[in-house]
Design a protein around this ligand. Sequence first.
Ligand code: F6P
Length: 322
Amino acid sequence: MLTIGVYTSGGDAPGMNATVRAVVRMAHSHNANVIGIRSGYTGMIENDFVPLDLRSVANVIQRGGTFLKTGRCPEFLQPENRKIAFDNLVKAGINALVCIGGDGSFRGAHALNQEYKIPVIGVPGTIDNDIYGTDFTIGFDTAVNTALEAIDRIRDTATSHNRIFIVEVMGRDSGYLALDVGIAGGAQEIFIPEEINDINNCIQRLKDSIKNGKQYSIFVAAEGQKPGRAYDLCDAIKKKTGLDAKVCILGHIQRGGSPTARDRVIASALGAGAVDALLRGESDKMAGIRDGKLVLVPLADAISKRPPVRKDKILLARILSS
Ligand code: F6P
């Protein structure tokens, strides 16, 4: 009898609940059991499990956050804690896992699979959209739209005052969110952790566009390793141009909220796809979406490779906002 342990791990992302729902409903439709593991790897180490029947996932498809809770668990990097976790899984009768999270979470799942041969399937859930092997991660679309709603409001006040705004979006290591928010939000400049966008050149372009009649401008910056770096950009702009510039840091607002239709559809397809993969004997893979089709990608690739960074989007934003 297949008993799947499902958990959400790392930063929460809108659509995680819809994914858990799909895992539970798909598993039950094939007479498999599901046990929820609370707070990701912490719950695995601390034996925090909850059986999930069909009704336990009623009324969650539209809810942001994750009712299973989540967290980052550095303790799981230690093999002795993975041993404790695996023993707890065995005691609970769990003989397969679905891990919903980002690359850090997949590293833990991959390690468990390698060490204890427990079948695992990963489902990409992160607002960052930075997982190799899938065109979309669950939560990305919602986060982009949340940030856009904010930018549209900022644009109103920016135009009223003829101001420059630097909007800081999330993304510690990756700028995929910033790139899409920047394009869709009509940003003039986009700053991402993967590529240096020289501030002096940006300022020169800003001055040129002002000469051409532009009265206000939106810059989008990913937070990178130092949340709040938008203030450094703002200071540089003010100092070098004498223009009025303001900062808006969107922060964790982007992680919350009801998932968009697109995120719910992806979550449903990938959650169900993960269970289907386990039933077919697949393991150590991630369920992803590529060119509109469900694909399975080795977890080893998902954690060691990066999707290509579309630096051309920075240029596109620049041209279209001139
Ligand atoms: O990985 C998702 C993410 O939201 C990143 O965009 C962000 O840099 C990071 O998590 C913030 O993590 P935390 O909520 O643990 O501060």
